[in-house]
Design a protein around this ligand. Structure first.
Ligand SMILES: Cc1ncc(COP(=O)(O)O)c(C=O)c1O
Length: 459
């Protein structure tokens, strides 16, 4: 029996050869019944749920089970959250221990918080040695923005088209607002500029490759002419997660770091989605050897327990003092235990390397799919952050949203729990997944793409 295991990890009792296992048509009868009862009161569902209203009951490693007993391969990790799979025993035990010992002590020192900050200082690159903890990605981003303002005394900030930084005012102001759903206009001082996307470059060289220097030159011009001269720095995702796993060219962040250093601007990098093993590094920025001044961690940081972090370089540590940094839940013992246990599991299981390996395996398989299906315009993967961009035409690159929705639903019905996103299919399997299960999941997507292309007359 092969279990939901990798390396020394051995907690799964599910036979992965038997997953997916669809016992009913889905969503099944019980799922539909729960969904009806729940949504009478629970409102504001995400597109992920609206398009496939199933009710889940349990998760184990990289397998999810719904209330009708159907088993799915997990290609979404909750929502980029359970990077180490569901209910890893070491993490569950750590949370349970502190849940029965001490639940909250505001921001008083505790032994578990002490152990966590010492561990973070050890694993994070450079002199990222100042920490504060929060309970969601959004609250960490807001605190990071306060540090940015406090450290510089300035209040204009530059982000990029299609970035996402959460749903409160600061985050929304620096993110891609597609509709007035947030009821927001951008905050004064929030600026957006284009960002290098290797598949859809705004500026490219004669040979067609992306021209990073032109982006930096534009930023300089924009800062000189489009701001009031009060710019604190850049606030960016390393890879755009919600934007569709959009990868920057390798020279972007090194060049931006140099530009920031030359101009006295700070670099705040929002790693809520990309950090803690998701791309095969603690910080995604380590792929480019760049140390940000301020960084936010979330999602996989506590592998499902709501714990997030703002980390700053030594010289900005004192800025925490002036931003009234503490919060009700930030750094509570259960949260610290979850983050510390997750960090130790990644180290003990050598999971950073495994995530890199899975990304390479996935990219190879997705390249085959691209060769086969002309509606695939681009494929990309860094560790277990993956994307497939669908187009109506490879020359015009017109986005193919309708295909994206159909492919999402078809693969889900086959037993793949994953994330919908218009014309960009996004995959974030747990980094504890074994290669065989990863390839099985990609085969299911391949089949769904083929069926959809035929249905839409695009095969
Ligand atoms: C880059 C980034 N920043 C911030 C957030 C907001 O995090 P949360 O949903 O935990 O508030 C997200 C959530 O997806 C994110 O991807």
């Amino acid at each position: 029996m092969s279990t939901a295991t990798f390396s020394t990890l051995d907690w799964g009792s599910v036979d992965l050869d038997q997953v997916p296992n669809m016992m009913t048509s889905v969503p099944g009868e019980k799922s539909r019944s729960y969904h009806k009862r729940c949504t009478k009161y629970f409102k504001g569902l995400s597109g992920q749920v609206k398009l496939f209203p199933v009710a889940f009951e349990s998760g184990e490693g990289c397998v999810l089970t719904d209330v009708d007993g159907n088993r799915y391969i997990d290609f979404s990790s909750g929502i980029y959250v359970t990077t180490l799979g569901h209910c890893h025993p070491k993490i569950s035990e750590a949370i349970a221990k502190h849940a029965s010992q001490l639940m909250n002590a505001h921001d008083f020192t505790t032994p578990i918080k002490t152990a966590l900050v010492e561990k973070l200082a050890e694993v994070l690159p450079g002199d990222l040695n100042g920490f504060q903890f929060y309970d969601s990605g959004t609250t960490a981003v807001e605190a990071g923005l306060r540090v940015l303002r406090a450290a510089t005394g300035k209040n204009e900030m530059i982000s990029c088209f299609y970035d996402y930084h959460g749903k409160t005012y600061g985050g929304v102001s620096l993110g891609h607002i597609r509709s007035p759903v947030y009821g927001a206009v951008r905050a004064p001082g929030a600026h957006m500029v284009p960002r290098p996307d290797t598949y859809r470059p705004v500026w490219s060289k004669e040979d067609g490759t992306i021209d990073t220097d032109k982006y930096i030159t534009f930023y300089d011009e924009y800062i000189n002419k489009g701001t009031v001269g009060n710019v604190a720095g850049f606030v960016l995702e390393p890879i755009q997660g919600w934007g569709g796993s959009v990868m920057p060219p390798d020279d972007f962040f090194p060049k931006l770091r140099q530009y920031c250093d030359d101009k006295g601007l700070l670099m705040m990098i929002d790693e809520v989605l990309c950090s803690w093993g998701r791309t095969g590094k603690w910080l995604c920025m380590e792929h480019w050897d760049v140390v940000p001044d301020i960084v936010t961690l979330g999602k996989g940081f506590g592998n499902g327990f709501p714990v997030t972090c703002v980390a700053v370089r030594d010289q900005y540590k004192e800025s925490f003092e002036s931003i009234s940094a503490s919060s009700s839940y930030g750094g509570n013992p259960m949260a610290c235990a979850a983050a510390l246990a997750s960090t130790e599991v990644i180290e003990e299981e050598n999971l950073l390397d495994h995530a890199v390996h899975l990304g390479e395996v996935a990219l190879k398989r997705m390249e085959q799919m691209k060769a086969e299906h002309k509606i695939i315009g681009d494929v990309r993967a860094k560790g277990c952050l993956m994307g497939i961009e669908l187009v109506k035409d490879r020359i015009t690159k017109e986005p193919f949203d309708k295909a994206g929705t159909l492919i999402y639903q078809k693969a889900f019905a086959k037993g793949l729990a994953w994330i919908p996103a218009g014309h960009i299919l996004r995959m974030s399997p747990p980094i504890v997944m074994d290669e065989k299960t990863l390839l099985k999941g990609l085969d299911m997507i391949d089949e769904a793409i083929g069926e959809t292309a035929r249905e839409l007359g695009m095969a």
